[in-house]
Design a protein around this ligand. Structure first.
Ligand SMILES: NC(=O)c1ccc[n+]([C@@H]2O[C@H](COP(=O)([O-])OP(=O)(O)OC[C@H]3O[C@@H](n4cnc5c(N)ncnc54)[C@H](O)[C@@H]3O)[C@@H](O)[C@H]2O)c1
Ligand SMILES: O=C(O)C(=O)C[C@@H](O)[C@H](O)[C@H](O)COP(=O)(O)O
Ligand SMILES: [Zn+2]
Length: 360
């Protein structure tokens, strides 16, 4: 097992990465305030892993309540969030009960938001079961639901007490979902880690083949990068925005097509190509650099072109982005491969041209 820490003073928490962790109550018990947990999962992950986690906890004397949400990004909404509150109240969960999110990023984001709200804050543990959640969404405390007008628009920063990433759960993950996770993995290389980018260019097929050692390495390096950024800028006043590479365009794709039509990672990949193309137009990347990014995404079976919504529609959707300041769009672009920057000066015509060049 490998362990990293997200250094946030007295809210510092560990990320454990390894195999067979769902069976290890001793990793969870030190982080419970009382011997009560409420597990939030969904109707895909529940049948696979809820019973096992429940057995682990109950054998250690923990009282377990649970709720099984409908699966999918289309359910990352108010009515589904309310199912969590219904369960917490029906089970008379207390402020000291720990909410455990068992699932991918959707369950993690919603579980975390529910934990932030229930009785104004209950402790919360992330047990991510997708690659995307193990490398990204379970770490850093961004929690949210979607709004029809924008992705993750209603939410809170709320850190977990523990992240437990059991790599064995990735064995049941559909290939398309594994690819979606790779989009966020590649992101870390592009924004701040050229050594990792080199490793990915060499070893990507070890990840698509789900070699446990390669997966553990990619999860560890991704989480180390994310933990460093979050520790330096927890609430995204500055450099944390780099973790949004490709997301302003990508969120427009997700919202524009309807949530769940494209996977988040797929939209991020196509959005990253738009950011790369804009960086080229600004003179920061050359064609070979853009081609290197596209080649990595293609090897990961990810889209490198977005849907044809029209640049005007993209820009309309992008105007809701959380990085917009005083009405000005701020985008994460690439000064070079491995060097992300936040830039608010790109001419609208160049942004539109970059979008059109990467669609269809
Ligand atoms: N909070 C953050 O920092 C952050 C970061 C990145 C993404 N996100 C959010 O995360 C979400 C995407 O997360 P995701 O890609 O994990 O999607 P997801 O949660 O929808 O999971 C993908 C699919 O895999 C299923 N699944 C999960 N674990 C499985 C397993 N082990 N075996 C088989 N099937 C399994 C799920 O039920 C779902 O159908 C988006 O809503 C995105 O906005 C948040
Ligand atoms: O943790 C972050 O910060 C990120 O930006 C990680 C992203 O991968 C993630 O998709 C996040 O939810 C997007 O943030 P948002 O603030 O644009 O909703
Ligand atoms: Zn993301």
């Amino acid at each position: 097992m490998r362990t990293l820490n997200v250094a946030l003073g007295d809210r510092t928490y560990p990320i454990h990465i390894g195999r067979g962790l769902l069976d290890r109550a001793e990793l969870i018990l030190p982080h419970l305030k009382t011997k009560r947990v409420a597990i939030v999962t969904n109707d895909v992950v529940g049948p696979l892993y809820l019973g096992r986690l429940r057995t682990t906890l109950e054998a250690a004397g923990v009282r377990v309540a649970s709720v099984v949400l409908p699966d999918g990004e289309a359910h990352k909404d108010w009515p589904t969030l309310n199912l969590i509150f219904d369960m917490l109240l029906q089970e008379r969960c207390e402020r000291s009960t720990t909410l455990v999110a068992l699932g991918g990023g959707v369950v993690g984001d919603m579980g975390g938001f529910a934990a932030a709200c229930y009785q104004r804050g209950m402790p919360f543990i992330q047990i991510p079961t997708t690659l995307l959640a193990q490398v990204d969404s379970s770490v850093g405390g961004k929690t949210a639901i979607n709004h029809p007008l924008g992705k993750n628009m209603i939410g809170a920063f709320y850190q977990p007490k523990l992240v437990l990433a059991d790599i064995d759960t990735l064995a049941t993950l559909p290939a398309r979902e594994l690819s979606a996770g790779l989009a966020e993995v590649i992101k870390y290389g592009l924004i701040r880690d050229t050594a990792f980018l080199d490793w990915l260019e060499r070893d990507l097929e070890r990840l698509t083949a789900r070699e446990p050692e390669a997966l553990a390495h990619a999860i560890e390096v991704s989480c180390r990068n994310k933990a460093e950024v979050v520790a330096a800028d927890e609430t995204e006043q500055g450099e944390r925005a780099l973790l949004n590479l490709g997301h302003t365009f990508g969120h427009a794709i997700e919202t524009g097509l309807g949530y769940g039509e494209w996977l988040h990672g797929e939209a991020v990949a196509a959005g990253t190509m738009m950011a790369a193309e804009l960086s080229r137009r600004l003179g920061w990347l050359d064609e070979a650099g853009v081609a290197r990014i596209a080649a990595l995404f293609e090897r990961a079976a990810l889209p490198v072109r977005g849907p044809t919504l029209g640049a005007e529609r993209y820009l309309e959707l992008m105007a809701h982005d959380k990085k917009v300041e005083a009405g000005r769009l701020r985008l994460v672009l690439l000064r070079a491969l491995g060097k992300g920057v936040i830039h608010g000066e790109a001419p609208q015509a160049d942004i539109a041209a970059a979008i059109e060049a990467c669609c269809g």
